[in-house]
Structures are given as structure tokens and as C-alpha cells.
Design a protein around this ligand. Structure first.
Ligand code: S0N
Length: 283
């Protein structure tokens, strides 16, 4: 979210997009929503670009942590992480793209952020509002600047997110607080967000990116497979069959890495019966 000289690492721009910026450095990808004139509201194109960058980060085995943030401050001095769907292009049935088709494609992005086996950290300076608030909710961790403001607006502007935006929010802050956030559409400052467990820490705005890099580097020193399985385990608790699929996929991946798993494959390729007798039925 800040210029490259203000960070302690050397960011390399990866690809040119219209609505976002995409950078990488050792082990870390940084994805920045770049529409500060609209408090970083997303239109369908923004979401397609975010999805594309997140897929790239997921597929890059050198990347372990993704920082998601918003460009700013805007020329009026205000910061925003994201103010949700771009209301100017909201049509009948969703947010309308250049092709004239209304879409709710942010739901695909929410699922990708949640299910990708990398740690996604939201760096929130300024407003995280509406669908922008849900975006930080679905990230693994949220680091807030001292100027961060959180809230939902759905019942005020004629929308709502009954998925992760409601149920997962309630898992984080509790049922009563989640209902308050949605029913009253109030705004909460960073201290209140910390108090209700909505964010992991609060730092001065000028230190936000450096703090994100620090957290990312601490995570990168840990075991990738352990973190991968933990993320899937946390998700499995609330994601039903999809969560179990994710967790079980990791069990399959680990099994492929064993000699016992390879024996089945080798036997097939060598056109012989598999011999599993050397592998114990552990208690
Ligand atoms: C963020 C707020 C509180 C900032 O207030 P502030 O600082 O007073 O600035 P403003 O003067 O209001 O804004 C500055 C300029 O930015 C434009 N702008 C701000 N937000 C948006 C926006 N969301 N869309 C379009 N433009 C925006 C202002 O118009 C202004 O422009 P100028 O300078 O030209 O006048 C305040 O701005 C605010 O409250 N914003 C609106 C927040 C909001 O209600 N967002 C939409 C909520 N709904 C969603 O996000 C959709 C949910 C969703 O995506 C979804 C969920 C579940 C299932 C499917 C979907 C789906 O639809 O895909």
C-alpha cells in the first residue's frame, strides 16, 4: 500500500493490471487494490484481476504469504483497504462488467483466499467497509493501521453477504456482535476491532507494511506443510464438505509422499501386484 522506497524489502512488479498492483519479494506476494478515488471499491474487472493474481501466488511454490492491501492515501489524504462493491456499476442482478453481464464474482475470490494453502494477511489502513470488510474477514490474519475503520453497510445500501460475511464473522466476534455489526451498520475503529478479536494487531499507519513483512517473515521460517494442514484444519471446522475436501486433500498429498503410497503406483507401472507387507498397521 505504500511506495516501494518505504518498505524494507525490494518489491518486484509482476504483471500489469488496470485495477490492482501485484508485487513479489522473497517468499511474499503483495496484492494492492488500486482504485483510491473510490476508496478501493471493486468492480468485476477488479475482482477478476485479484483472482488472477491470487491464482499466480497460489501456483508459485516460492510464495508462502500473500499480503492483501489497498492503495493510498488518496489525494484527499484518506486511506482505504476496500469499500466493497462499486455501487456505480451495480445493476439488476450484480455488478456489471464491460461486457454488460452482472456478476457476483467476489464470492469466487473469497473462496480462493480461504482455500489456498498459503497464508493471506490483510493489511488494513482506512476503510474496510461492506464487501471490503468481508475480504479482510476471509483472510487468515488482519493487521490494522491505527486509522482503520471497519463495518458493514448492507442493510443501508441494499445488499448483504449471508455467507462468510455473516457466519464466519460470527465465528470470529460472536453471534451478538456480528448481528450488531450487520443490523446497525455502525463503524468501528481499530481499538474496537482489536477488542472484539476482529484484527490481530494495531500499528501506526506508516508502520503497517513493515509489520506485515515482519509477520510474513516469521511465518516463512515455519514448516510449509504444517501451516498448509493447519489452514485446512481451521477451515474444515466451518466449511462443511468443502472444508473436509481441503483437509483430506492434504492427507492425500502427504500419502503420495510416502514409500507406502508410491508402492501402489510403482506396482501398477511395473504391471505387478503391490506388496504392502513391509508397512505396519500402526496402533
Ligand atoms: C467507505 C466510506 C465510508 C468512505 O466515506 P468518505 O471517506 O466520506 O468518502 P466518500 O466521499 O463517501 O467516498 C469517496 C469517493 O469514493 C466513492 N466511493 C466510496 N465507496 C464506493 C463504493 N462502494 N462504490 C462506488 N463508489 C464509492 C464515493 O462515491 C466518492 O466518490 P466521489 O468523490 O466521486 O463523490 C463511504 O464511501 C461508503 O460508505 N462507501 C460505500 C460502502 C458500501 O456500501 N459498499 C457496498 C456494500 N456492498 C457490497 O460490498 C456488496 C457485497 C458483495 O459484494 C456481495 C456479497 C455477497 C454476495 C455477493 C456479493 C456481490 O455483490 O458480489
Amino acid at each position: 500500500m505504500f511506495t516501494e522506497n518505504e518498505t524494507q524489502v525490494e518489491w518486484k512488479s509482476v504483471k500489469n493490471y488496470e485495477d490492482i498492483l501485484y508485487h513479489k519479494t522473497d517468499g511474499i506476494a503483495k496484492i494492492t487494490i488500486n482504485r483510491p478515488h473510490k476508496r478501493n471499491a471493486f468492480r468485476p474487472k477488479t475482482v477478476f484481476e485479484l483472482y488472477d493474481a491470487f491464482v499466480d501466488a497460489r501456483e508459485d511454490s516460492k510464495i508462502g504469504v500473500v499480503l492483501l492491501t489497498g492503495a493510498g492515501p488518496h489525494t484527499d489524504g484518506k486511506y482505504a483497504f476496500c469499500s466493497g462493491g462499486d455501487i456505480d456499476v451495480r445493476g439488476h442482478g450484480g455488478y456489471v462488467s464491460d461486457d454488460g453481464i452482472p456478476r457476483l464474482n467476489v464470492l469466487d475470490l473469497q473462496r480462493l483466499i480461504r482455500s489456498m494453502p498459503k497464508v493471506v494477511i490483510a493489511l488494513v489502513a482506512g476503510y474496510a467497509i461492506g464487501g471490503g470488510h468481508v475480504l479482510h474477514i476471509v483472510c487468515d490474519l488482519t493487521l490494522a493501521a491505527d486509522n482503520a475503520i471497519f463495518g458493514q453497510t448492507g442493510p443501508k445500501v441494499g445488499s448483504f453477504d449471508g455467507g462468510f460475511g455473516a457466519s464466519y464473522l460470527a465465528r470470529i466476534v460472536g453471534q451478538k456482535k456480528a448481528r450488531e455489526i450487520w443490523y446497525l451498520c455502525r463503524q468501528y475503529n481499530s481499538a474496537e476491532a482489536l477488542e472484539m478479536g476482529l484484527v490481530n494487531c494495531v500499528v501506526p499507519v506508516e508502520e503497517l507494511e513493515a509489520e506485515g513483512i515482519k509477520w510474513a517473515q516469521e511465518i516463512l521460517a515455519k514448516s510449509p506443510l504444517a501451516i498448509r494442514c493447519l489452514k485446512a484444519a481451521f477451515n474444515a471446522d466451518c466449511d462443511g464438505q468443502a472444508g473436509i475436501q481441503e483437509l483430506a486433500g492434504n492427507a492425500t498429498l502427504l500419502y503420495y509422499m510416502t514409500e507406502e503410497g508410491s508402492e501402489g503406483k510403482q506396482a501398477f507401472l511395473e504391471k505387478r501386484q503391490p506388496d504392502f507387507r513391509n508397512y505396519p498397521w500402526l496402533p
